[in-house]
Design a protein around this ligand. Sequence first.
Ligand SMILES: Cc1ncc(COP(=O)(O)O)c(C=O)c1O
Length: 351
Amino acid sequence: MDRIVDLRSDTLTRPTEAMWDAMHHAEVGDDVYGEDPTVTRLQELAAHKVGMEAALYVPSGTMGNTAAMLAHTHPGEEMIAEELAHIYCWEAGTYANIAGLTVRSVQGDQGIFTPQQFEEVLRPANAHFPRTTLLCLENSHNNAAGAVWSVDEMAAVTDVARNNGLNVHLDGARVFNAATTLGVDVKQITATVDSVMFCVSKGLSAPVGSLLCGTRQFIDEAHRARKRLGGAMREAGVIAAAGVVALENMVDRLAEDHETARLLAEGLGAIDGITATRAPRPTNIIMVNVADLGWTTTDLVERWAAAGIKCNPRPPHGVRLVTNRHASQQDVAYVLDVTREMVRSVAIAAG
Ligand SMILES: Cc1ncc(COP(=O)(O)O)c(C=O)c1O
């Protein structure tokens, strides 16, 4: 295949030259003994970026979210999350099978819910109900087409959480994308929550890892949780070095991914029968739907695959596209040309 345009995820981004160089020269030690200077540097940098006391380097976003649940709650308690939240729908049920939590979900409007909706799912203290102790927000919201909560929207629901004695964890896997869209320092987003997990392995292009951040006391507890989950790493400075480069050099370029997503969504949306949804405050994620063409998800996935275009299926009629550092504006032009031609030739074949 001459050309591959891989829009399955921003997790596919490969390390930059600067990252390879930093990894090659990383100063390392055994981080289980707290002796890896590069991991320590990454954790300090992460905490500083989000305005929190401390941070913990974990192998994945899923482990960061799970460690957060373990550190904030006790088995048998209840967490509130949006109905399509990653922590609820896409993390193999860790909230239940590891943290021992039940979830009450709130149906957001494109991922965002109001304080009133949140209050409606909160139940009074009563022996019939589990104790509700944690609210998890997601910003940007992956499965709501990369939707962004504004700082005010977050503050409004986190106020309700505080008034009801809940802690708030932010699944900020792509929180730097959210900050880019809002045009604010990421600290303004994280100021309203007790803990945040963000990934350096997504649009920021590091090969591995996420950071869980919060108070020193919370991170001490999360440290024990990471150990329980098997996530204590040894000379992890080798990979943490790329995380440092990600935080220092890669945040500003996320705007390019958002611009690529805009061009892609506008172009696809202009083709008859295709809808390409971006959130009202958009980032790098697009939900495409081909129901009006009479196509299934498999039809689109297979036709695009034949032209080297990769996407993430969202059956029965949709796919998710995530722009990233390896998808250029020329690639967008290619995807649009291929798609227009595909739609035209299928229509001709159908007579
Ligand atoms: C919003 C969100 N949270 C958490 C994760 C989990 O990250 P990881 O794949 O590193 O476990 C993802 C991954 O796509 C995500 O999109």
